[in-house]
Design a protein around this ligand. Structure first.
Ligand SMILES: Cc1ncc(COP(=O)(O)O)c(C=O)c1O
Length: 389
């Protein structure tokens, strides 16, 4: 594996590019010029309303990151010491770290090969009397088998919290991702389809969870009116954090969510073109879109026949100044989790197999025809000269 550090400015094709326009600038400029309410401004609630209407849930609360949203949800559901939480190891490390933040125990369950999400058939084997929650993850903009997972959660009376960090805008059987589980989170980090640089949100239909999340987000404070508009001392009911999103961030989110469907459409068209050009190589599997699923291509991830070809292609693309990346190396294999839990490698065969075969390629809305052609031609070159790599 090539671990050589590259200067991102030298990449001909970065992994992602942010889409921004004058509308973003104009809206933010307005807030800056307003000179007030840069914290706890009305745009935060406006952004939350847009998200909940878009996803189709009763409540939404924004936070400063997707990780805070997950952490806050675990606190709101009272998940804590000795509780077990079933999660995939094939995810971003935040999914597992958030479980540890509340002193609970992450139980890694294997994934299936269609969506790369938790395998519903294996979840039940990991359920015991300590299991408090299941946290499936939607990989790269494609829903996991959430309806099957939901059935297992409700049959066993277990909380279902969906890590939909990568899948805002995607849907399954006509339902938006994030609207099926008890509660779900999204991330607005720089590489997401809707980005505000950093940021996150939790959505739910539970008023009780929503009210708790508001307290957790803001020092346990009961804000009947906005803190900076109220000259009286508020009450503080519980221990909480400052995990609020800034008004400027929420304003950017408002501007971005209004063009979300357009950005998704642009990604879909790019993905369609790239897939049509590279699917002829038998060693490549292009992204899967199972029946009833919608893929928003937060990531465009191909699967190679084996690790050797994957690693060689990864290296070759680096020489062509094309940024590709391995999403994900399993969490249980990171040194921290290995030391802490010593997970049996044999317990996660599909996770290990898939993480050895995947390669995420550049994908962003305004990819030019030249950029796509360069990507496709570079991949073709690799396969045509494969014996020399
Ligand atoms: C699957 C998954 N979960 C959680 C997160 C955490 O989101 P954030 O980076 O906003 O804290 C991410 C984001 O990168 C993610 O991809």
């Amino acid at each position: 594996m090539n671990s050589k550090q590259e200067n991102p400015d030298q990449w001909k094709l970065p992994l992602y590019k942010i889409y921004s326009d004058d509308e973003d600038l104009n809206l933010i400029t307005k807030i800056i010029k307003r000179g007030t309410k840069w914290a706890i401004g009305p745009e935060i609630e406006e952004f939350e309303n847009e998200i909940k209407n878009y996803v189709g849930t009763d409540y939404c609360i924004t936070l400063n990151s997707g990780t805070s949203a997950l952490h806050a949800l675990f606190l709101a559901y009272g998940i804590g010491k000795e509780d077990e939480v079933i999660i995939p190891s094939f995810s971003f490390i935040s999914t597992a770290n958030s479980v540890l933040f509340v002193d609970a125990i992450p139980k890694f369950s294997d994934i299936e090969e269609i969506t790369f999400g938790l395998d519903p058939q294996l979840i039940e084997k990991n359920i015991n009397s300590k299991t408090k929650a299941i946290v499936p993850m939607d990989y790269g903009g494609l829903s996991c088998k959430i309806f099957d997972i939901k059935k297992i959660a409700s049959d066993n009376n277990i909380i279902l919290i969906e890590d939909a960090a990568e899948a805002l805008g995607s849907s399954i059987k006509g339902k938006k991702v994030g609207s099926v589980s008890d509660s779900s989170i999204f991330s607005f980090c720089g590489n997401k389809v809707l980005t505000t640089g950093e940021g996150g949100a939790a959505v739910t239909n539970s008023r009780e969870i929503y009210e708790k999340l508001k307290l957790i987000r803001s020092h346990g404070r009961v804000d009947r009116t906005s803190y900076f508009d109220n000259p009286d001392e508020p009450t503080y009911e519980m221990l909480g954090f400052n995990w609020r999103m800034s008004t400027i961030t929420a304003t950017l989110g408002l501007s971005q969510i209004r063009k979300l469907d357009k950005l998704i459409q642009m990604r879909k068209e790019n993905a369609k073109y790239i897939s049509s050009q590279i699917s002829k190589f038998s060693q490549i599997s292009v992204p899967n879109v199972p029946d009833g699923h919608d893929h928003i291509y937060q990531m465009y991830t191909i699967r190679l026949e084996n690790k050797k070809i994957r690693d060689n292609l990864h290296q070759y693309l680096t020489t062509k100044k094309i940024f590709s990346k391995l999403y994900f190396s399993p969490i249980h294999r990171t040194s921290f989790y290995q030391q802490k839990f010593k997970t049996d490698e044999n317990s996660l065969p599909i996770t290990n197999k898939i993480s050895d075969q995947v390669l995420t390629l550049p994908m962003y809305p305004n990819m030019t025809r030249e950029e796509k052609t360069y990507l496709v031609e570079s991949i073709s070159e690799f396969f045509e000269n494969q014996s020399s790599y």
